[in-house]
Design a binder for this molecule. Structure first.
Ligand code: SF4
Ligand code: FES
Length: 273
């Protein structure tokens, strides 16, 4: 089971089944308009170079960028490669650059864009495997490093015991769909390839801030480094980029606060002993 499927299974049903934040519904008829899609293509043959390929598509109904890509793949070019699954801003697999802005292709409706020239590129900062498909392994490796699960032993009887205010503390982090947009947008991660990045650290805080968590002090210390929470320069690109309104920088601040308070407690204990 991939880390992502493990996490999705742990989401409450109401969150996992939340409908797409995709604006007005697709499928409503609109006056026919021709869109030109310029897709950065790469990896079709060994040794090829990245190049833009243009496709025209006559659009007669409201549709998302992802629906347009699926139409182009079906009707114009079956070799066009991109990832998608849920089509509803839940699985996080269709993240890409759309006219220079990072977003989920299923979340962006064509009619909301100011132009009919749509430039599609893979997420920056990842190795491109083919066209719009990137290698997410470094992202998953860093995500796994924070051991993103509840470390507490919870009995079936205790499982749901969490007050409303305790739940609110972790709410935004539960919304994270691990799309990698914040990771791609983060300048600190671009400057320091070893930095864990916003998504992994925000997910760590999701568990640290969970009232049921039983994570030891030592488990957090791995992130007490430039590759961990101190690698963030608080540039906040992650907050503006996240398509699910998560504020990863808040989570990073939360882990920092926890680390500092653990250190202070240790100092005080030493002084009083
Ligand atoms: S925090 Fe937002 S941008 Fe980052 S991986 Fe999660 S959903 Fe995507
Ligand atoms: S296809 Fe799942 S988030 Fe876009």
């Amino acid at each position: 089971m991939s880390p992502k499927s493990a996490l999705t299974e742990s989401l409450p049903r109401s969150v996992a089944a939340r409908p797409a934040e995709a604006g007005p519904p697709s499928g409503v008829d609109v006056p026919a308009q021709t869109y030109c899609f310029e897709v950065l293509r790469y990896g079709q043959t060994p040794g090829d170079r990245p190049r833009f390929q243009a496709y025209d598509l006559v659009v007669r109904k409201k549709m998302s960028v992802l629906e347009a890509l699926l139409t182009l793949q079906e009707e114009a070019d079956p070799s066009l490669a991109f990832r998608c699954s849920c089509r509803g801003a839940v699985c996080g697999s269709c993240a890409m650059s759309i006219n220079g802005k990072l977003n989920l292709a299923c979340r962006v409706q064509l009619h909301t864009l100011a132009t009919r020239r749509i430039v599609l590129e893979p997420l920056p900062g990842f190795e491109v495997l083919k066209d719009l498909v990137v290698d997410m392994d470094p992202f998953w490796e860093k995500y796994n490093r924070v051991r993103p699960w509840l470390h507490a032993e919870i009995s079936a009887a205790q499982e749901n015991r969490m007050s409303e205010s305790e739940r609110r503390r972790i709410d935004q982090y539960v919304q994270c769909i691990l799309c990698g947009v914040c990771y791609a947008a983060c300048p600190a991660r671009q400057a320091n390839a070893a930095f864990a990045g916003p998504a992994a650290l925000a997910k760590l805080y999701r568990f640290v801030a969970d009232a049921r968590e039983g994570r030891s002090r030592h488990a957090l210390q791995q992130q007490d480094a430039a590759e961990g929470v101190w690698g963030c320069h608080t540039i906040m690109e992650c907050v503006g980029a996240c398509p699910k309104n998560v504020r990863p920088a808040d989570g990073i601040r939360g882990v920092r606060r926890k680390l500092v308070s653990q250190k202070l407690q240790r100092l005080l204990r030493r002084k009083t002993s």
